[in-house]
Design a protein around this ligand. Structure first.
Ligand code: CMP
Length: 237
């Protein structure tokens, strides 16, 4: 299905931003697209049955792990232009985490052998993949560090800082000052699952951060006015 729509969708995937038009055409002929409903599972942790890489053309997914007590920890939220499922393709091990659609989602799916072949012949793709994987490792390190050492207050602040790094957009605020916006912000429940705490705690931390002017909530946006204060919160509580 090397049609123009698929090529356009592929152009929206960061990983492929360095590919040339003919490389995109070639890739487009190899992918299939599939729709997932909200809450539908796409990948199950430890599964080995689906050998493919997934690219998000539309929608949002959560990457999570389920503890022995059934509790979910969200490792990250991914949206349009992101990819997942590369780890098992590269090391041949079972899936490292589960992935579920949190909104109706359209995915482009590329089979393992096609992806590995493309990796060999396209150095730009390999570099893009390494950059993304390094970014994810940095975020994971921050998450591990904050879970081990910080108060819940600091962990929620750390999660907001990860979101800033991942997908924060700098814009002028209402009074002309520069602020950072997280569009389509995660729910408080999702933030709790990313911070290893409860929704009630996130709500309490949010109220306090809103009260002291660090953040504000505007519809679906989370606005961060005072990023430096989020770095200072680990000593509180
Ligand atoms: P894979 O192990 O094949 O299947 C689950 C996918 O979730 C994994 O590949 C990555 O794409 C993604 N994933 C796992 N852990 C993380 C993480 N810490 N941050 C971002 N994505 C992750």
């Amino acid at each position: 299905m090397a049609d123009k729509t698929v090529v356009d969708l592929l152009k929206g995937v960061d990983l492929f931003s360095e590919l040339k038009e003919d490389q995109l055409d070639q890739l487009a002929s190899l992918v299939i697209s599939k729709d997932f409903a909200r809450d539908e599972t796409i990948i199950l942790e430890k599964d080995e049955s689906v050998q493919a890489l997934f690219l998000i053309a539309e929608g949002d997914v959560k990457v999570y792990m389920t503890g022995s007590d059934g509790k979910e920890t969200i490792l990250t939220l991914l949206s349009r232009g992101d990819f997942f499922g590369e780890m098992s393709l590269i090391d041949g091990e079972p899936r490292s985490a589960s992935v579920k659609a949190v909104t109706p989602t359209k995915l482009l799916i590329i089979r393992r052998e096609h992806f590995l072949e493309l990796l060999k012949t396209t150095p730009e793709l390999a570099t893009g993949l390494l950059i993304q994987m390094s970014r994810r490792l940095r975020n994971a390190n921050r998450q591990i560090g904050s879970l081990a050492t910080m108060s819940v207050y600091g962990r929620v602040a750390g999660t907001i800082l990860s979101l800033v790094e991942d997908r924060g957009v700098r814009i002028h605020g209402n009074n002309g000052e520069m602020v950072t916006v997280i569009r389509n912000r995660p729910t408080q429940q999702q933030l709790a699952e990313m911070s290893g705490t409860t929704r009630e705690t996130v709500s309490r931390v949010f109220s306090s951060l809103v009260k002291n002017g660090t953040i504000s909530v505007m519809g679906k946006d989370l606005v961060i006015a005072e990023e430096s204060r989020l770095h200072e919160t680990d000593s509180k509580e």
